[in-house]
Design a protein around this ligand. Structure first.
Ligand code: FPP
Length: 253
């Protein structure tokens, strides 16, 4: 089966991206960092479209972390301005490409108009049936896990669950308390700008993901780079902690 001319065999269903390098891209050109973020938004718009066209089921992108508030007031302000603009553009891009948008992270820290923008984007694209684009904003994996534990504890205290449910809690049931409830785990994590870190991104969900690091800075990331990452993924042998039957055949043969 092909999607957008691409053989779907062995394709990842869910790709997660840590976009990095906007600041360096701008600094290398003698531009303010905000210009790197602006170009980064344009790249993101194109990559959402490319991912939908090649037939991914989920694309999750780390847009703004719980730690990013520590940046200068000026940079945070510029990022929020871009976020406002980008969400409006995304409604159009998503609807043209049958993409459903969903935000994960703790949204109550954003200004009210941004929170409304998030709801508008999710609402306007909720009926789309193609790829789901998940934007992680004010997201931190440790924060997400702590919020999930709090929610579970609240269910126990409020009587929606009994004490016996504490021991009965399974990994799957716990995952239902995370922001990513109902989503499959990422198969492939791509990080741009050559950094080998997960930076508090989807720690629970990426337990068995494959990783691909490229030195390309995010504003320069293209569909060709995306396809290189996917080709690398397709050559991997995913064992999920188990054994590969081919290894056994080799040893016994
Ligand atoms: C990483 O580059 C980029 C970010 C931390 C921000 C990404 C934001 C957008 C694409 C705009 C959308 C805005 C929001 C608020 C979701 P970097 O600045 O860490 O690059 P560097 O490592 O080269 O400094």
């Amino acid at each position: 089966m092909t999607a957008g001319g691409i053989d779907k065999a062995g394709m990842p269903s869910h790709v997660a991206i840590i976009l990095d390098g906007n600041g360096r891209w701008a600094e290398r050109r003698g531009l303010p960092r905000a210009m790197g973020h602006k170009k980064g938004c344009e790249t993101l718009e194109q990559i959402v479209e490319d991912c939908a066209r090649i037939g991914l089921d989920y694309l999750t992108v780390y847009g703004f972390s719980t730690e990013n508030w520590k940046r200068s007031k000026e940079e945070v302000g510029a990022l929020m301005g871009l976020f406002r603009l980008y969400m409006r553009k995304l409604v159009k891009v998503a609807n043209e490409n049958n993409v459903r948008c969903r935000m994960i992270g703790e949204r109550s820290r954003f200004d009210l108009d941004i929170q409304e923008g998030i709801e508008f984007l999710e609402g306007q694209t909720a009926g789309n049936t193609g790829m789901t684009f998940v934007f992680a904003v004010n997201y931190g994996s440790r924060d997400e896990i702590v919020r999930a534990v709090r929610a579970y504890a609240r269910d126990i205290v409020r009587g929606q669950k009994g004490e016996e449910d504490i021991e009965a809690l399974t990994e799957d049931a716990f995952a239902g308390y995370l922001d990513t409830a109902g989503m499959p785990d990422p198969d492939l994590v791509i990080r741009t700008s050559g950094e080998f870190r997960l930076s508090n991104y989807l720690l629970w969900q990426c337990a068995y993901a494959e990783y691909y690091i490229t030195p390309v800075l995010w504003p320069d990331f293209t569909k060709d780079e995306l396809m290189k990452a996917i080709e690398s993924y397709r050559s991997r042998d995913r064992r999920f902690g188990g054994r590969n039957e081919a290894d056994d055949t080799l040893k016994s043969g």
